[in-house]
Ligand binder design. Structure first.
Ligand SMILES: Cc1cc2nc3c(=O)[nH]c(=O)nc-3n(C[C@H](O)[C@H](O)[C@H](O)COP(=O)(O)O)c2cc1C
Length: 324
């Protein structure tokens, strides 16, 4: 294969589904892979048994390659999660590691025959991951939904700097919800893209309909960062509930005890899975403004790639005309 990401992951298109806490279900991962992308079952917000169930669902729905995302520090004890991965390793292609130090897990995952994808938010982090043996690195810019890096580098800055810094393939993430943004990422040197928010707004995602409807209504100005006073950068959809979180943060900055009742994972699940949007928060990236339809995940993959190609052809013809 000509594309190194597709070669590594065994997929047709270099389009990854990012880990999606609570809403990265097996049916969605299978649909992404059936569409030619690379689907990943999310482990965040699931017990090890829950993860195993979603993996079984995904395996029943596709014979295409699949992955698992493990945000290491989101698990009180990540060990049982990795035991599930070891158990299913023969049926998996890759594991993506985020939120924490990937180094101790890269060796064992490779021994189980898996490819390792790590998440980086600075070129230095990507370099470290490459030195530790990562096969692919996802560079996630500040536009992304969910937890972003503290350096707050945008995708436009992060991707080309990282492409220069490492020799493993770089996958761009953050703010990519359509073919135009994908084209920009490819022009910056990314060999693949990863999307999160776009895949929430799909038929197969288990996110509540109220969450999906809110994504369709939102513009790119409707996301906001919370938990900054705690040293985290968490991009969520703005709502009256999130305004309460921000007001509490202003009143008691950095006070985890005061903030925990508002920012707990339970409140994420309540909105994302149960649709109680007034009693919880949902992750959402700035690229939400270009999501206008709930689509089957396979169609998202194929449309994004077809549109990226068209955009690149048009923009190169446009620039060539300026130069002539
Ligand atoms: C609902 C949601 C949940 C997420 N949960 C995780 C997670 O559990 N692990 C992880 O590594 N990244 C997580 N992310 C980040 C995505 O995997 C992806 O990198 C990011 O969404 C890309 O930016 P975009 O939202 O602009 O597409 C999440 C993002 C969203 C929108």
């Amino acid at each position: 294969m000509i594309n190194r990401v597709c070669d590594c992951l065994g997929c047709k298109y270099p389009v990854l589904e990012g880990g999606l806490a609570y809403v990265g279900n097996g049916r969605l991962a299978a649909a992404v892979s059936n569409g030619g992308g690379f689907g990943q079952v999310g482990s965040a917000g699931r017990t090890p048994d829950g993860l195993a169930r979603e993996l079984e669902t995904a395996f029943a729905l596709t014979d295409q390659p699949l992955g698992v995302n493990v945000p290491i520090s989101e698990h009180r004890d990540p060990e049982p999660v990795f035991r599930v991965i070891e158990r299913y390793a023969a049926h998996l292609k890759a594991v993506s590691l985020s939120a924490g130090n990937p180094r101790p897990w890269i060796g064992p995952l490779k021994q189980w025959g898996l490819r390792v994808i790590t998440l980086a938010s600075t070129p230095a982090q990507a370099k470290k991951a490459e030195q530790a043996g990562a096969d692919l690195v996802v560079c996630e810019g500040y536009e992304a939904g969910g937890h972003d890096g503290p350096a707050e580098l945008t995708t436009l800055i992060l991707v080309p700097l990282t492409v220069q810094a490492v020799s493993i393939p770089v996958i761009a993430a953050g703010g990519i919800s359509d073919g135009l943004a994908a084209a920009a990422a490819f022009a910056l040197g990314a060999e693949g893209i990863q999307m999160g928010t776009r895949f929430v707004a799909t038929v197969e995602c288990e996110a509540h309909e109220a969450y999906k409807a809110a994504l369709l209504q939102a513009s790119s100005e409707d996301t906001v960062v919370m938990e900054r006073s705690l040293g985290h950068v968490t991009r969520v959809l703005r709502s009256p509930f999130v305004d309460r979180v921000l007001a509490q943060e202003r009143a008691t900055p950095g006070d985890l005890e005061a903030l925990l009742p508002l920012i707990s994972g339970r409140n994420n699940a309540r909105a994302a899975l149960e649709g109680q949007m007034d009693d919880g928060y949902v992750n959402c990236g700035m690229g939400v403004g270009s999501i206008h339809e709930i689509l089957p995940a396979a169609e998202v993959v194929q449309r994004v790639m077809a549109e990226a190609l068209r955009q690149l052809q048009e923009s190169s013809a446009r620039v060539a005309a300026w130069m002539s």
